[in-house]
Design a protein around this ligand. Structure first.
Ligand code: HEC
Length: 87
C-alpha cells in the first residue's frame, strides 16, 4: 500500500467530519455506532479499506463507504493512527 509514515496531527484534521458520529474522543454518541478510540491501528485501517472496497455491505456499511469516499490510503492511515492513540 506504500504507506511508510503516519501523521496523527494530519489524521485529526482529516477526521473532522467523523466526530459527528464517532465523537470528538472516538466514543460514539449513538449507542448503535461503534467506539473507535484506542482500537488497533491496523484493524482501523483494514476496516476502512473494507468499506471502501464494498466488503461491508449492510446499510450502515454502505453509509460508511460514502463517508470514506474521498479519502486516500494515506488519509486512512493517518486517521487510523490518530484514533489508535486515543484513550
Ligand atoms: C453518519 C455517521 C457516521 C460518520 C459521519 C462516520 N461514521 Fe464511521 N461508522 C458509523 C457506523 C454506524 C459504523 C458501523 C457500520 C457497520 O455496521 O459496519 C461505522 C464504522 C466505522 C469503523 C469500523 C469500526 C469497527 O469496529 O469495525 C471505522 C474505522 C469508522 N467508522 C471510521 C470513520 C471515519 C474515519 C469517519 C470519518 C471519515 C467516519 N467513520 C464517519 C457511523 C459514521
Amino acid at each position: 500500500m506504500g504507506i511508510t509514515t503516519t501523521d496523527t496531527n494530519a489524521g485529526k484534521i482529516k477526521a473532522y467530519t467523523c466526530q459527528f458520529c464517532h465523537g470528538s474522543n472516538g466514543i460514539a454518541a449513538n449507542p448503535t455506532y461503534p467506539n473507535i478510540n484506542g482500537q488497533n491501528e491496523q484493524y482501523l485501517y483494514q476496516s476502512m479499506k473494507a468499506y471502501q472496497n464494498g466488503e461491508r455491505t449492510n446499510t450502515m456499511g454502505k453509509m460508511m463507504k460514502q463517508q470514506l469516499s474521498s479519502l486516500k490510503n494515506q488519509d486512512l492511515a493517518d486517521i487510523a493512527a490518530y484514533y489508535s492513540t486515543m484513550d
